[in-house]
Design a protein around this ligand. Structure first.
Ligand SMILES: [Zn+2]
Length: 413
């Protein structure tokens, strides 16, 4: 009888490559032959790819370009946090991508561009990384603040070790996040970044063009975000889902939300509806709420005259403008911002994208979610969703007399 021990390591390794990596580690302890077989890279290469989609390109840049080391030291213990996540920071939420980059696992937080430049890329900052040092030890480091990397723990979220859908982080040295001695200075600096005035040295009379209300909103945001400075729970974000025959592909979009600045929404499709869920939020309408709901089975066409004023639009009977037969929808139709509507970024979109915004592709009946501070008295208010291209749409808030502009997030998440 042929013993399994008499098989050459290459053959053993191909048997082993069928096994999940957790068992490989134990097998290696059984005997020398097994140990030798589990050292064969192809075994680990296959595990890396099948379990974490880790490719040969991604092996470049690791201190020791070994699938076995990467698998056992980083992917097996931490690979479950790869993907797109929402930090649970009160009403503000957020967008974090964790991926393999430059020979390590990196967590990158994406922030909306400064209002109203909705077509600019997202701002990004590294939150933490997981790497292997020269002694083949796994190092998990927080990258917040100007004082260099320091120790961080990645823990199961909600105390549920098995959950693939959440985790939390705990920084051991949050005082290293501090840039300034005084909190006041820190706050000023943070506000500068949020409103795009970095590098302006003399800010004693700080923000002359901003309303007190706006400053107050930023101050509240700063205080609340600080509560999540040393520890934070992350929840996995579902991938936006496409349907057949949609006006544009599902995905993440940046949108102008007035006093709260630019926020990020996830656009997905369900049945006959387009759903825009907040990825980042604000104290009025928090993250995770359904900001936009458009009825794709209710497309309409409005003439230029019908769009001249909000009064005209409100006076319309649904049946006058509803297109019952989708075949009657032309390639484009006229679009105009009604008189007196507060336009939040049309000029930005027009100049950055070079789109002619006097024509749109589609227009649908929709609702948008509004609420008082603290998400009190929330209600859905009538809106029109207007589609301009694969990457640009707008939401006309009829009762708010304003229009929000949305531009697709193109960063690889
Ligand atoms: Zn830290």
């Amino acid at each position: 009888m042929v013993s399994i021990l008499s098989l050459p390591p290459e053959l053993l390794s191909s048997v082993f490559s069928e096994l999940p990596g957790v068992d490989l580690a134990r097998i290696a302890l059984v005997c020398q032959q097994f140990h030798a077989a589990t050292k064969i890279e192809s075994v680990w290469q296959r595990r890396c790819f099948e379990e974490y989609n880790f490719t040969s390109d991604q092996l470049k840049g690791w201190p020791e370009e070994s699938y076995r080391t990467v698998y056992t030291k980083v992917l097996h213990p931490y690979g479950h946090i790869l993907g797109t996540w929402q930090p649970q920071m009160g009403p503000y939420g957020g967008l974090v991508s964790i991926r393999v980059q430059d020979g390590m696992l990196v967590a990158i937080q994406y922030l909306p561009p400064v209002d109203p430049k909705v077509c600019l890329p997202l701002r990004s900052r590294q939150l933490f990384h997981i790497r292997i040092n020269e002694d083949k030890q796994t190092i998990v480091e927080c990258l917040k603040g100007p004082n260099g990397p320091h120790k961080l723990q990645v823990l199961p979220g909600n105390g549920d070790a098995e959950s693939e859908d959440n985790f939390s982080v705990l920084c051991s040295k949050p005082d290293k996040h501090r840039l300034f001695e005084s909190r006041q200075e820190e706050l000023q600096n943070w506000i500068r970044e949020e409103v795009g005035l970095e590098g302006h040295a003399n800010l004693q009379h700080n923000f002359p063009n901003m309303h007190d209300h706006h400053i107050e909103l930023l101050r509240i945001k700063y205080i609340i975000l600080n509560q999540y400075d040393s520890s934070c729970l992350f929840k996995r974000l579902p991938t936006p889902v496409d349907n057949s025959d949609v006006p544009f592909k599902a995905g993440f979009f940046k949108g102008t939300y007035g006093g709260h600045g630019i926020e990020i929404v996830s656009v997905t499709y369900q049945d006959n509806k387009l759903l825009g869920t907040k990825i980042t939020g604000d104290p009025n309408v928090p993250a995770r709420q359904l900001s936009i709901e458009a009825h794709l089975d209710e497309p309409m066409i409005l003439t230029k005259t019908q769009q001249e004023t909000l009064g005209n639009i409100e006076g319309l009977q649904k049946d006058d403008v509803l297109v019952k037969d989708p075949k009657l929808l032309a390639h484009s139709q006229s679009f105009a911002v009604p008189y007196g509507v507060h336009d939040r970024g049309m000029g930005e979109v027009a100049s950055q994208i070079g789109l002619q915004l006097d024509r749109c592709k589609r227009r649908y009946f929709a609702t948008g979610l509004i609420a008082m501070h603290g998400f009190r008295n929330s209600s859905r208010t009538p809106c029109h969703l207007v589609v301009f291209s694969e990457d640009v749409f707008a939401l006309l808030w009829l009762e708010l007399h304003s229009i929000s502009w949305f531009h697709r997030v193109t960063e690889l998440l």
